[in-house]
Write a protein that binds this ligand. Structure first.
Ligand code: NAD
Ligand code: UGA
Length: 469
């Protein structure tokens, strides 16, 4: 029986390995992590991440050919193929701070693999890493190898949160990069054989290591760039009376452009887009390509502009002050169908409103109070490092309340901000909400989920991204 071990039981490691276990009953899969609480949760009824369809897969395989453990060294030493899916955050200190990827977790995983291995291994980069990381990892492994052969592969993950299971079942492509030597090709084939259990072979593409590493950063940069492009257009729509949904539709009908990823929003969030573009920028700078770096910087600048623009619009619409006013925040996760709040635009919007002394009442169907309070207390990029909490100032604590119901959150409020496109926000009883709000009652829709006309008929003053005012 082939044995797989995955280091890192996070948003990627957990779902990816669960699907491999489900699709490959002849493979034994162990997912290991240094976080005891995370592994405990994977072994419980309350999984550590919310992802539609995940629980069913885990329940089917756990204890059969899928195991979650903190015994990292044992499972690594027994495995034939080791996936490394640890976090690769943006550096907060030292050379490249605020841009470069922090490979501390990766390097310590590589050193541990070298230490405990007693047989040949295929080591697979699953984390998103800078181009040429495989070379550094190869050095660490081979210089500590004690006669063992390590083959490094790059196999970046393209799943999106909220649709992880269906993305894994039916990927657009699986990308495998490896050395073009006989041993490298053999390793590529071994990993290809794993995916070939369920992915059509013409969707498994093989490249050299550096192309695979760079393709992942490029794919995320292209996706984020589409969102910044449509968000830049949304500002122009508001200035001219065009409607961004109509513009996106018309543009996306061009088969060369395509309709996906053209939804204007309050800004993109999530753990990866910003981190990976910053990483790309740093690599360009290090390679003497400042013009290329500047091109990609704009994608992040427009995203920041979009969040600031949203806060400014809200404050200016509410007679230039939100001081002491209750603002209901509907949605805190970075997108629907996930409880993940890493780099969610809601953090920046809430911090902007708190700076203007608003009283916030926050509701998200999947994000607990503790997580919201923690997010609002943290500095940028700290979420992916051992936590250094800045205690929230006593006044900020008083300014934030978290509720478990949209009606409670909006009661007596002056305005509503929709920051995540949860389906339930489309179907709320807005008449009931309006009746319980202060007047004039404002709605600021950062995700274009509400029917503006209907809400205006009820009496709301409505602002939606990229829509005629
Ligand atoms: P995560 O923070 O959810 O999970 C990483 C896990 O690795 C954590 O549980 C951490 O405790 C563990 N870990 C760190 N060092 C370890 C070590 N030495 N030994 C054992 N465990 C260790 O991160 P994630 O969202 O799963 O992302 C992982 C990687 O995948 C990142 O590089 C990310 O860019 C990439 N990625 C993420 C997504 C996504 O949707 N989240 C999608 C594609 C790629
Ligand atoms: C993204 C990519 O889609 C995945 O392919 C990639 O594997 C992953 O990053 C990663 O490397 O981590 P994810 O961040 O989970 O996945 O979610 P997306 O669906 O890409 O959404 C990212 C952000 O963009 C969200 O805040 C979302 O609301 C926003 N978005 C998305 C828009 O504002 N408009 C759109 O049209 C699409």
């Amino acid at each position: 029986m082939v044995k797989i071990c995955c280091i890192g039981a996070g948003y990627v490691g957990g779902p990816t390995m669960a699907v491999i276990a489900l699709k490959c009953p002849n493979i034994s899969v162990a997912v290991v992590d240094i976080s005891v609480s995370r592994i405990q949760a994977w072994n419980s009824d309350q999984l550590p991440i919310y992802e539609p369809g995940l629980e069913e897969v885990v329940k089917k395989c756990r204890g059969n050919n899928l195991f979650f453990s903190t015994d990292v060294e044992k499972h690594v030493s027994e495995a034939d193929i080791i996936f490394v899916s640890v976090n690769t955050p943006t550096k907060t200190q030292g050379l490249g701070a605020g841009k470069a990827a922090d490979l501390t977790y990766w390097e310590s995983a590589a050193r541990m693999i070298a230490d405990v291995s007693k047989s040949d291994k295929i080591v697979v980069e699953k984390s998103t890493v800078p181009v040429k990381t495989a070379e550094a990892i190869e050095k660490i492994l081979t210089h500590n190898a004690k006669g063992i052969n390590f083959q490094i592969l790059s196999n970046p993950e393209f799943l999106a949160e909220g649709t992880a299971i269906s993305d894994l079942y039916n990927p657009d492509r699986v990308l495998i990069g490896g050395r073009e030597t006989p041993e490298g090709k053999k390793a590529i084939q071994a990993l290809k054989d794993v995916y070939a259990h369920w992915v059509p072979v013409d969707r498994i593409i093989c490249t050299n290591l550096w192309s695979a590493e760079l393709s992942k950063l490029a794919a995320n940069a292209f996706l984020a760039q589409r969102i910044s492009s449509v968000n830049a257009m949304s500002a122009l729509c508001e200035a001219t009376g065009a409607d961004v949904s109509q513009v996106s539709h018309a543009v996306g009908m061009d088969s060369r452009i395509g309709p996906k990823f053209l939804n204007a929003s309050v800004g993109f969030g999530g753990s990866c887009f910003q981190k990976d573009i910053l990483n790309l920028i740093y690599i360009c700078e290090c390679n003497g390509l400042p013009e290329v770096a500047n091109y990609w910087k704009q994608v992040i600048k427009v995203n920041d502009y979009q969040k600031t623009r949203f806060v400014n619009r809200l404050v200016s619409s509410m007679f230039n002050t939100v001081s002491g006013k209750k603002i209901a925040i509907l949605g805190f996760a970075f997108k629907k169908d996930t409880g993940d709040t890493r780099e969610t635009p809601a953090i920046d919007v809430c911090k902007g409103l708190l700076g203007d002394k608003a009283m916030l009442s926050i509701y998200d169907p999947q994000v607990p109070e503790e997580q919201i309070m923690r997010d609002l207390s943290m500095n940028k990029y700290e979420w992916d490092h051992p936590i250094h909490l800045q205690p929230m100032s006593p006044s900020a604590v008083k300014q934030v309340k978290v509720t478990w119901d949209a009606y409670e959150a909006t009661k007596d409020s002056h305005g509503i901000c929709i920051l995540t496109e949860w389906d339930e926000f489309r179907n709320l009883d807005y008449k009931r909400i309006y009746d319980n709000m202060q007047k004039p009652a404002f709605v600021f829709d950062g995700r274009n989920v509400v029917d503006m006309e209907k809400l205006r008929q009820i009496g709301f003053i409505v602002y939606s991204i990229g829509k005629p005012l």
